[in-house]
Write a protein that binds this ligand. Structure first.
Ligand SMILES: [Zn+2]
Length: 237
């Protein structure tokens, strides 16, 4: 099992690790990592692994068969090697801002309409949100984003902590947006954004909501029965 350093400190930009295995010369499993693997609507980090002065670019990070695999751009790493890992921080920080914003937008829409979020995809220039909603009032969505911007401006502090599964399950609010959690997960990480939002979540978040900046609506799409889609982006405020 790889220790996921970003769960403790999402601002960690460098780390030291040991190579546990290398598959097909380019898929590297480490004992610990600060690089996020694609999941939960947030894309993987990029960065590099350095061993004895030699640099290996990490071009993809994914979870395969329960293992976090770092795809590097050239062969050369082997089991037992010590590496220094460095994140592409600009990319990650933007995803942290977008991901934290996604919590706020989802919760505003949920509170205002009761809609459930069915999909959420962050990319470098925009965020896509899909939700289940019968009535589609296009004008209302600018208001929802305005509300989300008000929440951001309050500069709420985020915090994370871990609960035992049984305890977490007692609070249905924690799971309003998440898919069902696998039975084998016994400890559940909770992310709180001030007193506004609380969710079970394994992602990376900013410490204070003002770091997000401002959200701007790009477009709305009607994707058929009850299926609505919104795109927005971050602008520096
Ligand atoms: Zn999150």
């Amino acid at each position: 099992m790889t220790e996921l350093l970003y769960l403790e400190d999402s601002y960690l930009k460098e780390f030291e690790a040991t190579v546990l295995e290398v598959n097909s010369d380019k898929y590297v499993v480490l004992d610990k990592t600060a690089l996020y693997a694609t999941g939960g609507g947030q894309p993987h980090d990029t960065g590099k692994l350095i061993n004895e002065g030699k640099e290996f670019n990490v071009v993809f990070v994914g979870k395969f068969g329960g293992k976090i695999s770092h795809e590097v751009d050239k062969p050369g790493l082997k089991k037992g090697d010590r590496v220094k890992g460095i994140l592409d921080w600009n990319r990650r920080y933007k995803f942290m801002r977008s991901h934290t914003a996604a919590h706020i937008v989802s919760t505003v829409i949920h509170n205002e309409t009761g809609a459930l979020i069915t999909g959420n995809q962050i990319s470098e220039d925009k965020v896509r949100v899909d939700f289940n909603l019968e009535k589609f009032d296009r004008d209302a969505f600018q208001k929802y984003l305005d509300k989300a911007n008000e929440v951001i401006q309050k500069n709420l502090k985020t915090k994370t902590y871990v609960l035992d599964r049984d305890e977490a399950m007692k609070d249905p609010n924690l799971f309003k947006l998440a898919k069902t959690f696998p039975e084998d997960i016994k400890k559940i990480r909770i992310v709180e954004i001030g007193d506004f939002d609380k969710q079970a979540d394994g992602g990376t978040h900013v410490k204070e909501t003002k770091e997000i900046g401002k959200l701007e609506l790009i477009k709305l799409e009607n994707k058929g029965k009850n299926n609505r889609r919104m795109y927005y982006r971050l602008v520096d405020s």
